[in-house]
Write a protein that binds this ligand. Structure first.
Ligand code: HMG
Ligand code: MG
Length: 307
């Protein structure tokens, strides 16, 4: 199959990246980061999550961040700011803050579901159905994640059929896109392709997205393997920030700079401007007091330094 001509990049750094940071990042820094990411041409930026502040203190400023972005004079037309909503309580709070798109997040592994959202997979599907129904009434689109699509930090390898089973339930519920999460980055092109094939047998490939953490350095290879099967939406995190608080040892998503570098090299249009992303990555990395994890960013910044 030919590779897609166009790819949608879903930037998840301000949520998936920052949720894992121990030091609380001020709301003003988060807002500035997100606006810089929009300035760099990204059109979907996951802004925050409406989860329990006891579980994830970093996201306690969710309403402040989202409301400020929506009211900002810098806001660009065509840029959306989806937010995570695990249940109706989170959904109501998100709507109150002005959310125009939300995402629910389930798992292909029972133990991960319990550790992450404190309920079984079956119970989570009931909660998600309530969120999707409430969102439908307000014409709010819902994206969905499935975590642990190839491996679980507690249960080990996960059968592709399990990921596909959950993905199909979420599509049938009314979610417009199912993002397949390799939460601990343990997938390789072969296991990722087996998982995509199982999912694409029950969900149209146009509705699938890849969400690959880069723990073992496999994310770019896994994205290429997914492109080969027609997947054209990928989640990435600026400067490679992140991990999951309930998946110990997992590192961040594929870096947005690495993803855009790959896509540009393949001649695939994605809208992202590498120079703008480098600047945004440098901004948040400076705040956190470390160099960007992105190899492309490090190489390009080193070259800029020599000029
Ligand atoms: P729970 O404790 O089971 O909820 O948490 P509960 O219904 O029993 O309520 C307990 C308390 O939490 C109550 O407050 C509720 O009001 C409150 P109290 O009466 O004790 O004061 N509560 C809430 N507060 C704020 N927002 C809410 C909310 N819901 C209940 N939405 C819950 C269940 C899901 C809320 C909890 O487990 C939680 O917040 N978990 C955090 C999950 C999370 O953020 N994980 C990281 C994101 S997922 C991820 O990173 C994976 C992904 O990137 C894909 C991949 O990589 O695989 C998406
Ligand atoms: Mg993730």
């Amino acid at each position: 199959m030919a590779l897609p001509n166009r790819v949608k990049v879903v930037e998840v750094g301000p949520r998936d990246g920052l949720q894992n940071e121990q030091q609380i990042v001020p709301a003003a820094i988060k807002i500035e980061l997100i606006e810089r990411l929009a300035d760099a041409g990204l059109s979907v930026i996951e802004a925050t999550s409406f989860v329990s502040p006891k579980w994830v203190p970093q996201m306690a400023d969710n309403a402040e961040v989202l409301a400020a972005l929506l009211a900002s004079p810098r806001r660009r037309a065509g840029v959306s700011y989806p937010v995570l909503t695990p249940n109706l309580k989170g959904f109501d709070a998100a709507v109150e803050a002005g959310a125009q798109e939300v995402a629910i997040f389930g798992a292909a592994s029972e133990t991960f579901s319990q550790k992450n959202i404190n309920c079984s997979v079956a119970e989570s599907l009931k909660r998600f159905a309530a969120v999707v129904n409430a969102a439908g009434a307000l014409e709010i689109p819902v994206r969905a994640y499935v975590s642990c699509v190839v491996a679980c930090p507690y249960e080990g390898a996960v059968a592709p059929e399990k990921a596909a089973w959950v993905a199909q339930r979420l599509l049938d519920m009314g979610c417009y896109e199912i993002s397949l999460g390799d939460t601990i980055g343990a997938g390789t092109p072969a296991s990722i392709q087996r998982m995509i094939e199982a999912c694409a047998a029950v969900v149209p490939v146009e509705n699938l997205a890849g969400h690959y953490h880069d723990t073992y350095g496999m994310a770019i290879a896994n994205i290429y393997a997914s492109l080969e099967l027609g997947v054209a939406v990928f989640d990435s995190s600026i400067a490679g920030l992140g991990g999951c608080p309930y998946a110990i040892g997992a590192s961040g998503n594929v870096a947005s700079e690495d993803l855009v570098f790959l896509l540009q090299g393949l001649g695939i249009d994605c809208g992202g401007d590498l120079a703008g992303l480098l600047a945004a990555g440098r901004f948040i990395s400076a705040h956190l007091g470390r160099a960007p994890a992105s190899k492309a960013a490090r190489a390009l910044l080193a070259r800029q330094g020599r000029q």
